[in-house]
Ligand binder design. Sequence first.
Ligand code: HEC
Ligand code: HEC
Length: 159
Amino acid sequence: MCKPIGLDGEISPRVAWPGYAGDMRRCLLAGVVVFGCSAEPKTWAQRDRDERMAYMQEVVLPTMREIFIAYDPDRYADFSCATCHGNDAAAVDYAMPNALGPLPLDGTLEVAMARNPEMTAFMLDEVFPTMVELLDEQKYNPQSAPNGYRCVGCHLVAE
Ligand code: HEC
Ligand code: HEC
C-alpha cells in the first residue's frame, strides 16, 4: 500500500514550500522523499490491541464470512466473531484458541479427516491458508517453519 509519509502520515507542508517553486528537480526530489512508499502495512504482530480489534472487524470477519457462507450458506448465515472465538469471546478477552473442536498436535490431519473429511478439506483449501495470510504467518512445517501457524491457532489442542 502506498501512502504519503511525513508528519504523522499527513502530507507534509514541505511539498508546497515556495522555496522549491523555481527548482523543479529539487521539488520532485522532495516529492519523492515526502510521498515515497512507506513500508508495507503493519503486520498482525506489529498491531496493538486496538488495531487488532479493528483489523478483525474490518478485514478478518468479512473475509472469512464470505468464505464460510460460500461453503455453507445455511449453516453460516450468522457467521460472526463467535464462530471462531466462541460465545464467551469477550469474557475470555478474545484469547484464541477458545471454543473450536480440539485437534491433536500429532496426526492433526488424520484425526480431522476421520472426524469430518469435508470440513477438513475446506479448512485445508480455504480457511487455513486464508488465516495464515491474514495473520502474516507462515504455514507450520516441522522442518522449515517449526513455529509456523497451525490448525490449533483456532482449534483447541486435544489432550
Ligand atoms: C475466522 C476466525 C476469526 C473470526 C471470524 C474472528 N477472529 Fe479474532 N482472532 C482469530 C484468531 C485465530 C486470533 C489469534 C491470532 C493470533 O494468533 O494472534 C484472533 C485474535 C483476536 C484478537 C486479539 C486477541 C489477543 O489476545 O491479542 C481480538 C481482540 C479479536 N480476535 C477480536 C475479534 C472480533 C471482535 C471479531 C469479530 C469482529 C473477530 N475477532 C473475528 C480468529 C477470528
Ligand atoms: C481461522 C480459524 C480456523 C483455522 C485456522 C482452522 N479452523 Fe477448522 N474450523 C474453524 C471454524 C470456524 C469451524 C466451524 C465450526 C462450526 O461450524 O461451528 C471449523 C471446523 C472444523 C472442523 C469440523 C468441526 C470439528 O471440529 O470436527 C474440522 C474437522 C476442522 N475445522 C479441521 C481443521 C483443520 C484440520 C485445520 C488446519 C488445517 C483447521 N481446521 C484450521 C476455524 C478454523
